[in-house]
Write a protein that binds this ligand. Structure first.
Ligand SMILES: NC(=O)c1ccc[n+]([C@@H]2O[C@H](COP(=O)([O-])OP(=O)(O)OC[C@H]3O[C@@H](n4cnc5c(N)ncnc54)[C@H](OP(=O)(O)O)[C@@H]3O)[C@@H](O)[C@H]2O)c1
Length: 215
């Protein structure tokens, strides 16, 4: 599959590297077509890796990942272009974290809304699926890095889009994939971040994940 990734940070690069390893063609998108981090990533990731602007990545991708900060995601997706996202699955990995007043960050949107819903409203012709935002980047693409069963959540309005993302998650090695329903479930997926940040402070490592025990 051709996959466009919006975002040149740790998440974009980590997902991009794994997707290339799995045989996909990946274009990493940035605000500029000459981003140094993206160029360096291409050099290391091999012949199936390219980079360009957010719009270049969106045009390229049959599926598009949003790996930008939650506060700037709408701006990045606007740069990517509504036409270029039309009818495409947009996997939103972002979190609405505002670090401007230091640590811990606050949530820029919560309770009655979420970044994923903002994106779905702004781009009604895209099929937004929220996934993978509740764990650290290395774990997203390599769940066996920590032992035992642990969970990845996803939600979205389009069943077919969620099935395609589920397939991709399985190819990463995920076994427990919990579909939480429509895109409004992204509120809970994003509001879990304060406890995730606390746990990171307690464990002194980001290499942990949630597992839901059921009776
Ligand atoms: N780090 C993790 O392990 C982790 C885990 C789960 C979820 N997340 C979430 O995943 C997302 C990506 O995190 P990250 O740490 O990889 O990267 P990041 O540093 O949050 O975001 C990097 C991207 O944001 C773009 N950007 C910055 N300011 C912008 C603006 N004003 N307008 C448009 N785009 C802008 C950058 O563009 P340029 O390329 O042009 O610089 C870059 O591509 C975040 O929402 C984060 O909360 C992160």
């Amino acid at each position: 599959m051709r996959i466009g990734i919006l975002g040149t940070g740790t998440v974009g690069q980590t997902l991009g590297t794994r997707l290339v390893q799995l045989g996909h063609d990946v274009k990493l998108g940035s605000r500029t077509g000459t981003n140094e981090k993206a160029a360096k990533w291409v050099t290391g990731a091999g012949e199936h890796a390219t980079h360009g602007t957010f719009a270049d990545a969106a045009v390229f991708g049959e599926m598009v990942f949003n790996c930008t900060g939650g506060m700037v995601s709408l701006a990045a997706l606007n740069d990517a272009g509504a036409e270029n996202l039309k009818n495409k699955v947009v996997v939103d990995v972002s979190n609405p974290l505002d670090f401007s007043r230091g640590f811990p960050p606050t949530l820029t949107v919560c309770n009655t809304d979420s970044v994923a819903e903002q994106i779905q409203r702004a781009f009604p012709d895209a099929k937004v699926v929220k996934a993978l935002n509740t764990m650290t980047a290395p774990l997203m693409v390599n769940p066996t890095a920590i032992p035992g069963d642990h969970d990845v959540f996803l939600c979205g309005n389009d069943a077919d889009a969620k099935a395609r993302v589920t397939e991709l998650l399985r190819s990463f090695g995920w076994r427990v994939i919990l579909d939480l329903g429509d895109i409004t479930a992204a509120r809970g997926m994003e509001m879990i971040l304060p406890i995730w940040l606390r746990l990171m402070g307690t464990f002194k490592t980001p290499m942990f994940n949630f597992h839901i025990a059921r009776g």
